[in-house]
Design a protein around this ligand. Sequence first.
Ligand code: ZN
Length: 395
Amino acid sequence: MTLIDDARALLPDLVALRRDLHRNPEVGLVLPETQRRVLEELDGLGLEITTGTNTTSVTAVLRGGRPGPVVLLRGDMDALPVREETGLDFAATNGNMHACGHDLHVSGLVGAARLLAARREELPGSVIFMFQPGEEGDGGAKVMIDEGVLDAAGERPVAAYGIHVATGPWGEFSSRPGPLMAGANQLHVTVHGRGGHGSQPHTSTDPVPALLEIGTALNAMVTRKFSVFDPIVVTVTQLHAGEAINVIPPTATLGATVRTLSKEHTDLVIAETRRLAEGIAAAHGCTADVALDVMYPVTLNDPGEADFMADTLRDMFGADRYVDLPVPMMGSEDFSFVLDEVPGAFLFLGCTPRDRDPRSEPWNHSPLVHFDDEMLADQAAALAELALRRLAKGA
Ligand SMILES: [Zn+2]
């Protein structure tokens, strides 16, 4: 029996687990029921298990029967505060929804753990299974790193892999070397003036015109200061100034989401925005503060690991099942924190039901999105095979 055959034999169990999780979605860093379910599933596999302190994570280490390096496999566990509208018989009813498919990630990683535990004797090294809460904006990966997940096996992993299910052609794996998903950053600009009476602005220093000019100038900044071959997105989404309509406020603030594909451009955004905001504010007799909060770094696939991953998947499932993406996605993912520390690669798996056209299907995060769980066997097999082959390559 090949690993894929073994994985397909596990499919009924993995589907049942996925649907259980789907019925009971939990949001954020604290997912007690999901954690309980994962622990139950891993029980008896002979793994070294630890749980998180500041989050309900589960870290499980499988020690192979032969010496070798460490590989990390990750699955995120959290749902979204989305009210499900799929009408599926296992749809959630508690106001949350696994609308990003993390229920499949948990189930697929459990499958990989079972496949690899059954091959413990031939395994040349150790595998860390990282079950992570809080991907959707809470930076759960960072919390787990701070709590030691990367050192759980006693030495740092030589590689880390993760899979994300997505609206896309059924069973199509896709990724690319280098940047795969954007870094997500929050830009905050505050202009300080001097408040006054709205009827006589010349007696105050109005921060509002300065802020409006800064907002417009940010668009020009994007096209004049950043190479089009390393694109960024700057979208002003918040403007705040004043309470009363006849009062000039002392401050005015702007918020923008900034997506970048390189650390260089993340650093450049803050430097260029500061220059722009301070200069424009000064021209109006105001001052400006600029801050950039890096929420999630760029998800950067190591080129060697991405090639290894692509070769492995083509070899396992056939060349037509893997697509090399021409461009990154501007969405973000906190597996980036792991890839900042450990070389590795992240991968998408298209799970739109095969009888539907993915181009017209609702996307991840939609209350209508539907992921086909028949792909769970291939997902589990892919993770397990990546670990097996990477361990066999050595440190
Ligand atoms: Zn997700």
